[in-house]
Design a protein around this ligand. Structure first.
Ligand SMILES: [Zn+2]
Length: 112
């Protein structure tokens, strides 16, 4: 895991592998921690599917995403006075690893 200890205010995250601030092949999951919602990423569909069908909490699913990720970042998005959200972003180092992570994560819903 690569952690970013910079304590500056930022309103977006840039990918540690390609520098993109938008969607890129390394973006595993973008999470709005304030509202407990996923906002994008490779695991977006699988995350929502498991959240609605499994007996598992949002935070437990995030732990699984964390274990699959190669890098992690967080930032605050100010959406007007007194209104801000904390976002967490999980990245993997390659598109191939993103594909693998997606299949591993999706398979987690099939319990014996
Ligand atoms: Zn990238």
């Amino acid at each position: 895991m690569i952690t970013d200890d910079e304590d500056e205010e930022r309103e977006e995250s840039s990918c540690p592998f390609c520098g993109s601030t938008g969607d890129c092949p390394h973006l595993l999951l973008l999470v709005d921690k304030t509202f407990q919602e996923v906002s994008g990423g490779v695991l977006f569909d699988a995350f929502n599917a498991r959240l609605s069908s499994d007996d598992i909490s949002f935070d437990e699913l995030l732990d699984e995403v964390d274990s699959l990720a190669d890098a992690y970042d967080r930032y605050n998005f100010e959406d007007g006075p007194g209104s801000s959200s904390t976002y967490e972003v999980y990245y993997v180092s390659s598109a191939a690893r993103a594909k693998k992570a997606k299949s591993v994560f999706a398979a987690g819903s099939k319990r014996p």
